[in-house]
Design a binder for this molecule. Structure first.
Ligand code: 5AD
Ligand code: SF4
Length: 444
């Protein structure tokens, strides 16, 4: 198993060579986050360190003394994007603006980070297990315990992520995550519940439980369903991501349906509809088993929505495999799908596989899957027109000033109102696109 993963090189603290920046030199910091919600949460923790060290956070590179790029390594274009940012930062550094650059997250944990460090003169490179070393770099005493994943970040006022497990014990052919995030480590139920309690008591409305395979969480006989049930009894609004079909118990689906505080949206990545591809990817299930899970979800969760991840163009994918994916998309009626073109990650099994799919074929398949998903999503979203929904208002606004919200069924909604983040409004759905519902003026 391990021989496939040749980039398992999460840095130990002693190897990272972090030297602290001269005290007082750094007054402002900007954190840029790429990738998944796990990274958003890690950035929250680094934000806490930065504020604890007396730096103030700024939103643009130009006014930042320290820039932290918290990166994603899941697809190749993620590295290209980060290169673009590093180039820009180096230009600013030459102009005397940015003083220090830190690279953290999954690229920081991968071999390629050494190359980037050299090429762009990065001051601090950290992996995913030693982000607490940023504390020392910005002049705080090193406190491994103080900034471990068990500690919360600086949460938004109304929503918070709670990490319940890190790492992943699967070995999907294409995926770099096990190499950069390591094997699964589960937080204790007591710890998680304590944090949820504290957040809720402090006014947090919305808790999202996080993990690479969140439904694989377990603790001496207890499974994810047990934890979810307890969290849903404490917090007013709960969601979780991301799940693995092999871990998803029917019991969990029932709890989603029964608990009034759980958002009725399931994100269950399928990756492919072809059994041959699922086997090659080491996903551990066949497409029919996935379909059955979805049937249970539909039975247990009235008015639920479903999202998934799909990879097109994995090496060896034939036209027949692609058609099987299109059939699965048709059968499962996803409300959203994140569709990815296969991207070879150095050190993964799939990167070494023969039978690469030509780019133009990948592009065509990508568009075919996208069209199938969007047509279906649009049809389903249009069915919501006319319904009155209770909408949770999130932070931020659309470009044209509408509030952004979420229904209990997990649909994204735009609301034309001055609604307060963290509050609920009731409004009628007036129209729908493939990704978003549009509400009218709220009634309350
Ligand atoms: N190429 C393309 N997509 C990938 N994903 C993970 N690794 C790769 C890769 N090498 C996708 C999977 C996963 C999502 C987070 O990213 O669909 O579920
Ligand atoms: Fe990557 Fe998810 Fe597979 Fe783990 S289960 S190896 S995180 S795709």
């Amino acid at each position: 198993m391990m021989s496939r993963m040749r980039v398992a090189i999460t840095k130990k603290p002693a190897e990272s060579g972090a030297r602290s920046a001269p005290a007082g030199e750094l007054k402002t910091a900007c954190i840029r986050t790429f990738g998944c919600q796990m990274n958003v949460h890690d950035s929250d923790r680094m934000r806490r360190m930065i504020l604890d060290a007396g730096l103030s956070e700024v939103q643009d590179y130009e006014s930042a003394d320290l820039v932290v790029l918290n990166t994603c390594y899941v697809r190749e274009n993620a590295v290209d994007r980060v290169r673009g940012h590093l180039g820009q930062l180096n230009r600013l550094r030459r102009e005397g603006k940015v003083k220090k650059i830190a690279l953290t997250g999954c690229i920081g944990a991968a071999e390629e980070s050494a190359e980037l460090k050299e090429q762009y003169g990065i001051d601090l490179v950290l992996g995913t297990h030693n982000t607490y070393e940023l504390a020392e770099f910005i002049g705080l005493p090193t406190m491994r315990e103080t900034y471990t994943p068990n500690l919360p970040g600086v949460e938004g006022r109304h929503s918070a992520f709670v990490t319940i497990m890190t790492g992943c014990n699967y070995r999907c052919s294409y995926c770099i995550v096990p190499a950069v995030r390591g094997r699964m480590i589960c937080r204790s139920m007591d710890d998680v519940l304590e944090e949820v309690q504290r957040l809720t008591a402090g006014g947090t409305e919305y808790i999202t439980l996080l993990g690479q395979t969140v439904d694989a969480w377990r603790e001496s006989g207890k499974r994810f369903a047990d934890l979810l049930k307890r969290v849903a009894e404490i917090a007013p609004r709960v969601w979780f991501t991301t799940s693995h079909p092999s871990n998803m118990e029917d019991r969990t689906l029932r709890i989603i349906g029964e608990s009034p505080s759980i958002v009725k949206r399931l994100h269950l990545p399928v990756q492919s509809g072809s059994d041959r591809m699922l086997k090659m990817m080491h996903r551990g299930y066949k497409s029919d088993r996935y379909r059955r899970k979805i049937e249970v979800f539909r039975e247990e969760v009235a008015d639920g929505t479903l999202s998934t991840d799909i990879i097109v163009g994995h090496p060896g994918e034939t036209e027949e495999d692609h058609e099987a994916t299109l059939r699965l998309v048709e059968d499962c009626r996803f409300d959203t799908a994140y569709i990815f073109k296969f991207s070879p990650r150095r050190g993964t099994e799939a990167a070494e596989m023969p039978d690469r799919v030509p780019d133009e074929v990948v592009q065509r398949r990508f568009l075919e899957v996208l069209r199938a998903v969007e047509q279906n999503a649009l049809r389903q979203n249009r069915d919501k027109i006319g319904s009155i929904e209770e909408i949770f208002i999130r932070e931020g606004r659309t470009r044209n000033g509408r509030a952004i919200g979420e229904t209990w069924s997990g649909h994204a909604v735009h609301v034309p109102a001055e609604a307060e983040p963290g509050s609920y409004v009731k409004a009628r759905i007036e129209s729908a696109g493939p990704h978003v519902l549009y509400a009218g003026e709220p009634a309350n």
